[in-house]
Design a protein around this ligand. Structure first.
Ligand code: CTP
Ligand code: CA
Length: 224
C-alpha cells in the first residue's frame, strides 16, 4: 500500500461519476434493467469527496444513500437521461469515472398501456442506447477519463479494446467470476489497465478499499 499522497489532493477539482443500472421502460409497469447496486460508484463518490473534490454523482435507480457537503447527487432512470445529465457537467470536469451499468439496448418504444397477457410469443424490439462513455472519449479535452469493463471471457483483451476504442486514460476491469466480487456484493476484484496496457491486479477487497486503489492510480497519472 503506498499512501504517497496526503492532504486534499483533489481540492478545487470537479469529479463526475456515474453509478447504478439504468431502467428502460417496456410499458408503464415493466422495464429492462440489471443487477447493478450502485455501490461501487457511491464508494468512488465518497472517496473523491474525502480527497477534497467537488463531486457530481449521476445515478440510476439505487438503494444506496449518500450525504456529503461536496457531493451533488443527480438521479436518473434511463440511459438517455444519464447521457443528458453527464453532458451537462462533463465540460467543467477534471476527472470522469463511468461505473454505471448502462443498458445496451432499450425497447424501440414503451407501450402506453400495460401489455396484456396473451397465450403466444411476445416480441419486443430492442434498439441500441447511446454509449455515454464513448461520447465522452470523443468530446474529451483535458479530462482524465476512466471507464469500467465487465467481461466473462477474454477479459484483458476485451478491456484493452474498450480502453482504446473509447479513448480512455484508465480502465477498471471487474472480475465477475471471483467469489467475492460483482453485483450486490460489498467486495470487488479489479485489474487496472492504463494506456500503455500496463495491467495491475488487486486482491478481492471491500468496495471502499477498491475506490481508494482506483484514486491512488488516478492521482499518480493525472497531473491537472
Ligand atoms: N457505458 C456507457 N454507456 C453505455 C454502455 C456502457 O457509458 N451505453 C460504459 C460503462 O459505464 C463502462 C463502460 O462503458 O464504464 C464499459 O461498459 P461495458 O458494459 O463493460 O462495455 P460495453 O462497451 O457496453 O460493451 P459490452 O457490454 O458489449 O461488453
Ligand atoms: Ca454493456
Amino acid at each position: 500500500e503506498d499512501h504517497i499522497i496526503s492532504g486534499l489532493p483533489l481540492r478545487n477539482k470537479k469529479v463526475l461519476i456515474t453509478a447504478g443500472p439504468t431502467y428502460e421502460a417496456i410499458d408503464p409497469v415493466r422495464f429492462i434493467g440489471n443487477h447493478s447496486s450502485g455501490k461501487m460508484g457511491f464508494e468512488l463518490a465518497k472517496e473523491a469527496a474525502n480527497l477534497g473534490a467537488e463531486v457530481i454523482l449521476i445515478s440510476g435507480p439505487s438503494n444506496e444513500s449518500i450525504k456529503h457537503a461536496l457531493i451533488k447527487r443527480i438521479d436518473v432512470v434511463t440511459a438517455e437521461e444519464m447521457y443528458t445529465a453527464v453532458h451537462e457537467h462533463y465540460a467543467t470536469c477534471n476527472i470522469a469515472i463511468l461505473s454505471a451499468a448502462v443498458a445496451d439496448f432499450k425497447p424501440d418504444h414503451a407501450a402506453v398501456d400495460k401489455i396484456k397477457k396473451i397465450d403466444a410469443v411476445l416480441n419486443i424490439n430492442l434498439v441500441p442506447t447511446k454509449d455515454i462513455l464513448a461520447s465522452l472519449g470523443e468530446a474529451k479535452k483535458n479530462q482524465f477519463l476512466v471507464g469500467f469493463a465487465l467481461e466473462t471471457s477474454n477479459e484483458l483483451e476485451n478491456a484493452k479494446g474498450k480502453l482504446r476504442r473509447k479513448n480512455l486514460d484508465l480502465i477498471v476491469l471487474n472480475s465477475l467470476n471471483d467469489k467475492g466480487a460483482g453485483f450486490k456484493k460489498a467486495t470487488n476484484k479489479i485489474t487496472l489497465i492504463d494506456t500503455e496496457e500496463k495491467c495491475q491486479s488487486f486482491e478481492t477487497k471491500s468496495k471502499t478499499e477498491v475506490a481508494k486503489d482506483i484514486f491512488n492510480e488516478i492521482l499518480k497519472k493525472h497531473q491537472a
